[in-house]
Write a new protein. Structure first.
Lengths: 507, 645
């Protein structure tokens, strides 16, 4: 079938592109840039074609494609997507070309390597979102680490080595535990199925039959790896460093897409594979999520570095997503998924904007700015817009996600208490505090720093990057149905799976 | 007309987009002003026609819902962009677009020459857009969109002159404060919505209110819902304890103070509580809280208003105080009286602010009333209209404020108790006093004007709106003449709104009836008090100005407390703001993040590192050493096997 190969094409096209890139002369920087951009644009167009063929009315995996890979162990190259993967692929394919354009002028050294790693990263990310074989998933999960490590380590700021090593080790540790759990799961499958299996669709039937005592450990092994990636409090400290040191494009892709791999993993694996354990741990994880919401906001409030402030705000925002996941009802889970997209757009936009001003001033210290409204009015507007989206102003995207998550968690039968929502909702106040305060110090007032007097406002290229993001921010804010519909059946299915096994306790 | 009601939302949005995007290109102030004003003017016409259309309908068909499209749909939640046209939303919409249009026209004159003229009109239109959503929404979530939207516009407009100083701080600081304090209220509103959804399984007004009317839901649930919603209302409508943002909001241009911070946005809380009347009457305990908060706020703000010298500050505290009256009305179950006062207040308070703007303009940004005096002869039109509004707010018959305040005071006695009435009547005295202190210090007495100022009457584009509002302030009360005087027809305003509040009023306990003589007595006493207030103000500020200074030094302590607004801002800073900031910076960030978590991670890393450094010594490349280790290993293994056997 033609459409089924599409998925393989968008998976391998970026990495194929990065290999082809090796044959282009290093000095021909513009060709390299355009080539990288062309590849990522094609990927985006293909993702739209996939979307137009995607059937919203089915909760089953679609575009299935399976080729036996390591036949002894029954491991196959098995890919397919459901509503959640569909949205995240769209997000990835949408953000990648924009970040490449955004780094047009900021990345001047080793353009070839940069583009190479970026395309490789895209394959890794898409791979994570479409693998339906645990082993294959694990390969992509680790594959994506390598380019990110280099992107931070080579093109980052002053403390880039520290940040990249920290990023690498944090994620590796989680990954290893997950590998152990994957192997255990496959062996367990061979006991009940009669053959070794890493096929997710098969494992969905087997996972819930794992005895509770072991299931708890399995859950934790997976969850740890994902929680680090999200990041969930208190595993978040790699994030501010990685974000601050990464080049703008790196921060954007990290915030917009990479963090979503963690929340994706929780929904794709933890909930359906270990439903009893998920319910068991839901209050515990939700507490961490709520702490993350408030903690991330409070710490963001006192940051002096604009980029770090945005980074800490991510901790708060992702806290909402995790809360939505573990509240485990249709409203909250739909909210969590749309919020993954939202966070990608609004925080992505904020990082782009920090990058834009950094490129002009070479500082990220909030106190160095002030009065930018007069000097760069378009920039001031764009920053306001992105901040409002992040604050969750109704009519823009952030509200839809946060509202559904909070509404869902309030009536969650799993959490069964208002307390989570009451505390989480206070994050709504704090978000306004840290972002508006930052905005006030950066944009309002009089220009006091002579360095800020003659800045250039946003140029056409930058506008070209921001505009599509802003359009989506409004789109989701006013007509989220386009996106909610895509994941509706999927979330339905996840919840059915969880509650189907709720009362079946396996000794 | 009702079926195109959505245009009243879209037109202001369109105005915002045109002026916002092309404003810098259009440049011409007239064009920008006309675009902005006509967007609101056209909306007003549509609303007015809808009003007459609805008036012609039989009473039971007057509620109409215009659905546009599905907004948020997940699980059982289904939220539409849908507008509800009924008696209450029409009244509100008339006030908002009517007063809004007048203020838009006024702004053409007031903002003349401002370098961001276009931005001002864009924001004003955006505000009307949000406000219309708030009023016309047929569900809580869309109302919340408007609710937060007006908050955003308020923020943007307070900080409109973003590089200007304001008192000890800046305008942008004042804007930020407004937004954040409002968000605290919104937090309550959000929780209220969640609980409503949990209890009634819907967030649509029609469904929620129908189910709330049916019995079977415990009172405690209603109490929580009402409390959460009321927290939202105290934020938006500047009631204790969340009123602190409104006085600072005066940092914005004066038309903004008139439109947003007096006539429309700040009344959103009153509207919301009235809209949810059925929920509030089902929570009698919270209804009492509403009444008491309103009453205390009314008195509290009035006392601060007595001593302020900034003309806009006096008006700001007066607004807080009058909003308190409205909540008092709601709290005693007199919902239509609350809405009635909301409407008349919109007329005379908008007029007072616009008049203040006219004076400030004439006095070249001077706002201290101690530096005014004798302005009457320079600005006759401003003076006359300002005087009318002052008489109206003081409750002098037959001006609009008299009827609405009288209604509230009457119900605060009839449905409440003599204490409510007493405090309310006393506040009326204070109101008359501080308003006429303002009038005498500004327009009459000795000129205390700095030499470089030359006051002059404002142009027509400013005075015409004043006259229009003046007319409304005079006649606006006649539609709500109490049944006592109007005979057969009863109170027309109340009658019009009756279907909205019918269910709520049925649920309230039945109150005893009083003889007409009681009603007349209770009506006359506040009039006497108001006149007394005016006379006292006259005798001090017109006849004997030095007396004020004597009193000031005699009651130094009290004056200082009032002058500093009871030190509430300082108290909040000390109790909440500073501790949170310090905690976040020194404990959370520098200790928890940097020391505790990173310390643990880095510590683990260095432990592993040091272990590996030691283990590395084993790999020294000497074959004999490896052989030795191997031998030892085998020995240990053997021992272990032997012992376990």
């Amino acid at each position: 079938m033609e459409s089924n190969t599409l998925l393989s094409i968008i998976l391998f096209l970026p990495i194929l592109g990065s290999v082809l890139l090796l044959f282009i002369n290093k000095k021909n920087e513009n060709l390299i840039r355009y080539f990288g951009l062309a590849i990522s644009v094609i990927v985006f167009i293909l993702s739209l074609i996939i979307y137009s063929n995607y059937n919203n009315n089915s909760g089953e995996f679609q575009f299935l494609f399976k080729v036996s890979w390591i036949s002894n162990l029954n491991i196959s190259f098995f890919i397919g997507i459901d509503g959640m993967s569909m949205l995240l692929i769209l997000l990835t394919a949408f953000i990648t070309p924009l970040t490449l354009i955004s780094s047009w002028s900021s990345i001047q050294k080793n353009v070839k390597e940069f583009t190479f790693f970026f395309l490789m990263l895209e394959t890794g990310i898409i791979g994570v979102f479409i693998s339906l074989d645990l082993f294959l998933f694990y390969i992509f999960w680790e594959l994506m680490l390598i380019p990110m490590y280099f992107i931070i380590g080579i093109w980052g700021g002053e403390r880039r080595i520290y940040a990249s090593v920290k990023f690498f080790i944090y994620t590796m540790v989680g990954g290893l535990l997950m590998l152990v759990a994957i192997i255990w799961l496959a062996i367990y499958a061979s006991d009940s199925l009669g053959y070794f299996s890493t096929n997710i669709i098969e494992l969905y039937k087997i996972g819930p039959t794992i005895p509770q005592s072991i299931q708890l450990y399995m859950f934790l092994a997976f969850a740890l790896s994902f929680a680090i990636k999200v990041p969930l409090f208190p595993l978040h400290t790699w994030l501010p460093d990685a974000h601050t040191e990464a080049p703008t494009a790196g921060s954007v892709i990290l915030a917009a897409v990479l963090l979503k791999m963690g929340t994706y993993g929780l929904i794709r694996f933890n909930l359906p594979l270990f439903p009893q354990a998920s319910i068991y741990f839901a209050p515990f994880i939700s507490v961490l999520a709520v702490i993350g919401i408030i903690y991330g906001a409070l710490v963001a409030m006192v940051q002096k570095d604009m980029k770090k402030l945005v980074a800490y705000s991510s901790v708060a925002h992702l806290g909402f997503v995790v809360l939505g996941i573990f509240a485990m009802n249709q409203e909250s889970l739909q909210g969590a998924i749309i919020q993954m997209v939202n966070h990608g757009l609004s925080t992505g936009a904020l990082f782009l904007l920090v990058g834009i001003i950094y490129e002009r001033t070479h500082t990220r210290e909030i106190s160095e700015y002030g009065g930018l409204a007069k000097v760069v009015p378009f920039y001031a507007f764009a920053l306001m817009f992105a901040s409002l989206s992040s604050i969750g102003l109704p009519g823009l995207n952030g509200f839809v996600g946060e509202f559904l998550i909070l509404l869902g968690s309030f009536q969650s039968s799993v959490l069964n208490s208002w307390v989570y929502t009451v505390f989480a909702a206070s994050g709504v106040i704090f978000a306004a505090i840290y972002l508006l305060w930052m905005y006030q110090r950066v944009v309002f007032g009089k220009v006091t720093n002579p360095k800020m007097e003659n800045l250039n406002d946003i140029n056409k290229r930058e506008m070209f990057v921001l505009l599509p993001v802003f359009i989506l921010i409004i789109w989701i804010g006013i007509y989220p149905s386009t996106f909610l519909k895509v994941s509706e059946k999927t979330t339905n299915k996840v919840i059915e799976q969880v509650f189907h096994y709720q009362n079946i306790t396996i000794k | 007309m009702v079926d195109i009601i959505y245009l009243t939302v879209l037109l202001p949005l369109l105005g915002f987009l045109i002026n916002g995007i092309f404003g810098t290109k259009i440049k011409n102030e007239k064009v920008i002003g006309i675009i902005g004003s006509s967007a609101v003017g056209l909306s007003f016409i549509i609303i007015l026609l809808s009003f007459f259309q609805t008036l012609a309908l039989p009473e039971e068909n007057r509620k109409q819902i215009i659905e546009l499209f599905t907004w948020i749909n997940a699980g059982n939640l289904n939220i539409n962009i849908a507008y509800q046209v009924d008696q209450l939303s029409l009244i509100m919409a008339l006030v908002v677009t009517g007063v809004g249009f007048i203020i838009h026209v006024y702004s053409i004159g007031y903002m003349h020459g401002d370098k961001s003229f276009w931005r001002f009109f864009a924001y004003l239109n955006l505000f009307i857009f949000a406000m219309m959503n708030l009023i016309l929404a047929d569900n809580f979530v869309l109302l919340f969109l408007g609710w937060e939207g007006v908050g955003l516009c308020s923020y943007l407009l307070i900080g409109f002159w973003y590089d200007k100083k304001f008192e000890k701080s800046t305008t942008s600081e004042a804007g930020k404060k407004a937004f954040i304090v409002n968000r605290i209220g919104d937090f309550g509103f959000l929780l209220g919505m969640f609980l409503i959804y949990l209890t009634f399984g819907s967030l649509n007004f029609s469904e929620v209110f129908a189910r709330a009317g049916a019995s079977g839901i415990p009172e405690s649930t209603f109490n929580f819902i009402a409390l959460f919603l009321f927290i939202g209302a105290t934020g938006k409508s500047a009631q204790l304890p969340l009123y602190v943002w409104l006085p600072d909001a005066m940092a914005g241009p004066t038309p903004v103070s008139a439109l947003i911070h007096a006539a429309t946005m700040v009344t959103a809380g009153v509207y919301m509580v009235a809209r949810c009347s059925i929920i509030f009457v089902s929570a009698p305990a919270i209804l009492t809280v509403v009444a008491i908060v309103g009453l205390v706020t009314a008195l509290f703000a009035a006392t601060i208003g007595l001593v302020q010298n900034d003309i806009k500050k006096v008006l700001a505290y007066s607004t807080i105080s009058q909003l308190g009256y409205m909540f008092l009305a709601l709290g005693v179950g007199a919902f239509s009286a609350g809405i009635f006062h909301l409407m008349t207040h919109a007329f005379f308070k908008a007029l007072l602010f616009l008049g203040a703007g006219s004076i400030i303009h004439a006095m070249h940004e001077e706002q201290n009333i101690q530096n005014y005096g004798g302005l009457k002869k320079y600005m006759p039109a401003t003076f006359t209209t300002f005087l009318i509004a002052s008489l109206a707010i003081s409750g002098i018959p037959p001006l609009s404020g008299f009827f609405s305040k009288d209604e509230i005071l009457w119900f605060s006695f009839a449905n409440g108790n003599i204490l409510y009435w007493g405090v309310g009547a006393f506040t009326a005295l204070l109101t008359a006093f501080y308003m006429f202190r303002l009038v005498y210090l500004t327009f009459m007495g000795k000129e205390r004007i700095a030499k470089d100022k030359n006051p002059h009457e404002s142009p027509k584009v400013i005075t015409t709106p004043l006259i229009a509002l003046g007319v409304l302030s005079v006649i606006g009360g006649f539609i709500g003449i109490p049944a006592l005087f109007s005979g057969e027809g009863g109170n027309k305003f109340e009658h019009w709104l009756e279907p909205i509040f019918k269910n709520a009023e049925l649920k309230l306990a039945h109150y005893q009836t009083y003889p007409h003589s009681t009603e007349i007595t209770l009506m006359i006493v506040p009039i006497i008090l108001a006149v007394t207030g005016i006379m006292v103000a006259r005798s001090i500020y017109l006849k004997n100005p030095s007396f004020a200074d004597k009193m000031k030094s005699k009651f130094y302590g009290i004056h200082k407390i009032l002058w500093n607004k009871y030190f509430i801002d300082e108290f909040y800073n000390w109790l909440i703001v500073t501790p949170i900031y310090k905690l976040s910076e020194s404990v959370l960030w520098k200790i928890t993040d940097a020391k505790l978590i990173d310390g643990t991670v880095n510590g683990l890393a260095s432990i592993i590192n040091s272990i590996s450094t030691r283990i590395r010594k084993f790999e020294n490349g000497i074959a004999q050493f490896y052989a030795l280790i191997m031998a030892v290993g085998i020995a240990i293994a053997l021992f272990w096997v032997i012992f376990t056997l």
